[in-house]
Write a protein that binds this ligand. Structure first.
Ligand SMILES: [Zn+2]
Length: 206
């Protein structure tokens, strides 16, 4: 089924992924670092701190590993401190309706300089399984890397998690390369890189 959100106007009959934006100079060494918060964020808690369980951390690590292995020219490296991390990812408890949220922050020129990702441990009173959590994290990493949503089901970037799938396909890979083409299309030789936005705002998956 095709969703009919305003952002997909003009793409009817085509299967596309929207592109949002490009990373800035943080990508210029081909590495993005990520930090996994080790305490649950609990809105409305009384100050108790709960550790994030090991299997949730593993789900995050596996999600980053899959993206890392599929995107050539990009390495994700985990850091033990949030200071200087390009991506910070946290788990939260509670009755959040959204499975995951990514906030990208931009530099003066409109390039991503930092990402914050919040993953819910459950929604609507249900706890997510490790596989579901891994899928949610992979979807959010798509946003981290400059992707918007897909306008069709059965894709990692489908707007609703339960209509998506859990693996990174060639269309998301192409989308990441295109969104950040200043880096992934880099010339061999002595030509200097200059950071620029993608020349297109979507990728055709058909
Ligand atoms: Zn999303």
């Amino acid at each position: 089924m095709i969703t009919h959100e305003a952002e997909f106007e003009g793409y009817s009959g085509r299967e596309i992924i929207l592109l949002c934006c490009a990373w800035g100079e943080e990508l210029a060494d081909g590495e993005l670092t990520y930090y996994i918060g080790d305490h649950l964020i609990n809105e409305g808690s009384n100050g108790d701190r709960y550790d994030v369980d090991r299997s949730s951390v593993e789900a995050v690590t596996k999600a980053f590993e899959e993206w890392d292995s599929k995107i050539e020219g990009l390495t994700f490296t985990q850091t033990s401190t949030r200071i200087g991390a390009d991506v910070e990812i946290y788990f939260r408890e509670g009755q959040n309706e959204k499975a995951g949220v990514t906030h990208n922050y931009y530099d003066f020129y409109g390039f991503i300089s930092k990402s914050y990702v919040l993953i819910s441990k459950g929604a609507f009173g249900f706890a997510f399984s490790n596989n579901q959590m891994e899928q949610i994290v992979k979807h959010e990493i798509g946003h981290v890397l400059g992707l918007g949503h897909a306008n069709f089901d059965g894709n990692l970037m489908a707007g609703q998690v339960n209509r998506g799938i859990g693996s990174v396909s060639s269309c998301e890979i192409e989308a990441v390369y295109t969104a950040n083409e200043w880096w992934f299309d880099k010339h061999s030789g002595s030509q200097p890189l200059f950071i620029r936005q993608s020349t297109t705002d979507h990728i055709d998956c058909g």
